[in-house]
Design a protein around this ligand. Sequence first.
Ligand SMILES: *[C@@H]1O[C@H](CO)[C@@H](O)[C@H](O)[C@H]1NC(C)=O
Ligand SMILES: *[C@@H]1O[C@H](CO)[C@@H](O)[C@H](O)[C@H]1NC(C)=O
Ligand SMILES: *[C@@H]1O[C@H](CO)[C@@H](O)[C@H](O)[C@H]1NC(C)=O
Ligand SMILES: *[C@@H]1O[C@H](CO)[C@@H](O)[C@H](O)[C@H]1NC(C)=O
Ligand SMILES: *[C@@H]1O[C@H](CO)[C@@H](O)[C@H](O)[C@H]1NC(C)=O
Length: 538
Amino acid sequence: MDKWSFFSGISICVLLNFASVEAAPKGSLITGLPGFNGVFPSNHYSGQVNFPFICLVFIILFYVTFDDKNLFYYFIVSERNPSKDPVVLWLNGGPGCSSFDGFVYEHGPFNFEEGKPKGSLPILHLNPYSWSKVSNIIYLDSPCGVGMSYSKNQSKYINDDLQTAADTHNFLLKWFQLYPEFVNNQFYISGESYAGIYVPTLSAEVVKGIQAGQVPLINFKGYLIGNGVSGSQFEGLSALVSFTHGMGLVSDDIFEEVERACKGNYQNATVSCYNSIGKIDKALSGLNIYDILEPCYHDPASDQHAKGNASSNLPVSFQQLGATDRPLKVRKRMFGRAWPLWAFEKDGKFPSWSELALQGSVPCVVSPSKPFQQALETDLYCDPICSYQLFAVKQNDEVATTWLNDESVRKAIHAEPKSIAGPWQICSDRIEYENSAGSMLPYHKNLTAQGYRALIYSGDHDMCVPFTGTQAWTRSLGYKIVDEWRSWMSDEHVAGYLQGYDNNLTFLTVKGAGHTVPEYKPQESLDFLSRWLDGKPI
Ligand SMILES: *[C@@H]1O[C@H](CO)[C@@H](O)[C@H](O)[C@H]1NC(C)=O
Ligand SMILES: *[C@@H]1O[C@H](CO)[C@@H](O)[C@H](O)[C@H]1NC(C)=O
Ligand SMILES: *[C@@H]1O[C@H](CO)[C@@H](O)[C@H](O)[C@H]1NC(C)=O
Ligand SMILES: *[C@@H]1O[C@H](CO)[C@@H](O)[C@H](O)[C@H]1NC(C)=O
Ligand SMILES: *[C@@H]1O[C@H](CO)[C@@H](O)[C@H](O)[C@H]1NC(C)=O
């Protein structure tokens, strides 16, 4: 029998009318968050809101515990109209990556500015493009073992797709019991990258629960997936070959040679097919797979290039890349934030992140330099703290790692200390994960045919899960086109393209964005999100 507990919660809020949040779990209010020294500008907002409680950012964090699994979530009440706005669940991928990735780097309520000196606590500012502007959003660390979610029983860190979907559904039922005031709101499931598997499998569980009359009855309406995998034949090499050719990364000659040799069959590739693909591989080496426009940094020390260092040998045009209107530039080394190119498309158990790093096969991320290689070899199989440090070196996630491993922050957000929940890693090295759900196409077909809305979006410069594969699988569902390929606008500029299909399926690109779309294009992302959630044309 499930038992569940909540240790504590917080909110960051200007609560002008506390009584209206009475249904939220007790003890949820906090008055500060390390790194955030600002006073919430309450007057700024109080005039324009028109709902029972006036609340800028209302953030609640809890563990929900069942089956010895403590799942950590961070909930932000909508800054617009909490009682009308949908509830959105956000899931980062991996598998094994924390949804604090989305919170810190993509669409969370704060813009994080790197602390000075390096390694000190970051400074937090309000993010004008937070997805909490238009939705009540839950960031969940899932499956158990990821981010702040933990168990005292290590065998709970062994997971697969279907177990994860079942656990997350369980979490949602508990969550809506905790927050009955949100149970009538529309509910959407969203995520990125490997969450291309989490989202449809979870959606199917939720739908099964609804059909079985499980209470609380979740008012599920649909789902969004960004640069998500589909586990289908349309991705992997097949998507990569057309992407690289279309983007001018390989010549017509090489493209034609590959087409001739492989005949579209990349799953059982012949020797000549593999040899010709080798030419593409060679052409791509040195590129940043998460955004082909970004420079590739081969070792952590070269990170200073990213800071616009005047004496850097990087051209000025490159130094400007990755700048957005948020204080942090987009990350350059993003190991673990998505599955690397060649390692995907396999059923069964995934290698752990450190096993993958040992293969040294992740361009732009794992340095081929000898000292670094030695560090990997000598430090890999020690203890969790040690491998956490190792990952901190490899990745460009210092800000989140510093913030979430600071005990005062953990206390403020009511996460357990490191001694209990373990150190926070952007992508957990302690879980074992099996890819067990197969192709997602039957799921998408099923869900959309039953009237659930789907927005499938792609940063069009991501080479990790390129838009070519996503465009192909959405098209393969065979639905009638109801909104033919057209540009969509943000701030009077073309922000990308979309194609609308029957059954409320929309495929959308975000022009110039890499793998983690809102990190590259925060304003555009909030635009398409809010229009889509509101049921308006994008
Ligand atoms: C740990 O979990 C496994 C699998 O759920 C279970 O078989 C085992 O009894 C648990 N161990 C303890 C000490 O609870
Ligand atoms: C690949 O080859 C295996 C064994 O020869 C066969 O069973 C499978 O159907 C083939 N797959 C494709 C996509 O051709
Ligand atoms: C700027 O870049 C140069 C060349 O890479 C490096 O030697 C120098 O230390 C960097 N300066 C700063 C302040 O990072
Ligand atoms: C599709 O929906 C039907 C009816 O709800 C269900 O029985 C079936 O398992 C679903 N298939 C998938 C792949 O979700
Ligand atoms: C599309 O979504 C709208 C709003 O949820 C719904 O009313 C409509 O029935 C859906 N259309 C289809 C074909 O499922």
